[in-house]
Design a protein around this ligand. Structure first.
Ligand code: HEM
Length: 216
């Protein structure tokens, strides 16, 4: 059952690319096809990054453990679309002029931060298999995969910096990313805050009056 569902989700993740391909075939990409392709692949990169980041909170809040089986797929689709996004830029926009590309990365801050987001995703994509989890060990693997937080942040900043006036869309992405990161910070901070809760003084008080402290 889950296999079939995975296949359906996989096909759905390819739909944005199929739609672009169909529009290109019908020559309906408008006056500036490169811009349309760059924008579509950029948007889908960010959407897949945010969907990937939503899996853990959704799984924890709903108790639907099977959701975790889709996280790697969504993460790899984020990488797939950013590769297309980058290829559009370097191939259709810069015609493989690496000199011009490096100049762009150094000069235009939105390209610098976008490129950083892309580079951060490379180790994640290459270590996404179960073999790499075993080889690196859970803790190290998890530490590497936290790079996704920085990549998604770089992606949002990249978008925010490239828009000229209307910041509504990048702001929407920023709000969603902010909520997903806030969830992680809350999960990380909770044990530290409860460790400082007033339980130990109560324990001392109970011991003083001869009552045993509760277990746990
Ligand atoms: C994690 C990495 C990245 C993410 C999430 C991302 C996301 C986006 C988004 C959302 C847009 C705007 C789409 C729209 O207007 O609807 C965009 C545009 C663009 N991105 Fe990226 N991007 C990333 C990396 C890169 C890289 C590595 C390059 C090139 C080196 C790049 C070059 C561009 C360009 C040239 C535009 C169009 C700018 C314009 O319209 O003037 N991006 N990107």
């Amino acid at each position: 059952m889950i296999r079939w569902f995975k296949l359906v989700v996989f096909m759905a993740c390819l739909a944005p690319l199929a739609r672009l391909g169909w529009k290109a075939y019908e020559q309906r990409l408008g006056a500036n096809p490169i811009e349309v392709i760059t924008h579509s692949t950029g948007d889908w990169t960010l959407i897949f990054l945010l969907v990937t980041l939503s899996i853990t909170p959704l799984r924890k809040l709903t108790g639907q453990l099977w959701l975790i089986r889709f996280r790697r797929m969504f993460g790899l689709f984020a990488f797939f679309y950013v590769v297309l996004h980058f290829l559009t830029y370097i191939w259709l926009d810069k015609f493989f002029d690496f000199h011009a590309m490096l100049a762009d990365i150094a000069r235009r801050r939105f390209i610098t931060v976008g490129f950083t987001g892309f580079v951060l995703l490379i180790p994640l994509a290459f270590t996404s298999t179960s073999g790499w989890i075993r080889r690196l060990g859970g803790r190290r693997w998890q530490a590497i995969h936290r790079l996704i937080y920085f990549s998604a942040t770089a992606g949002v900043i990249h978008y925010w910096w490239l828009v000229k006036a209307d910041i509504r869309k990048p702001r929407e992405y920023a709000v969603v990313l902010g909520a997903l990161l806030a969830y992680r910070i809350a999960v990380w901070a909770k044990p530290k805050l409860t460790a400082g809760a007033p339980f130990p003084p109560f324990r001392k008080e109970r011991e003083r009056v001869g009552q045993p402290a509760p277990e746990g």
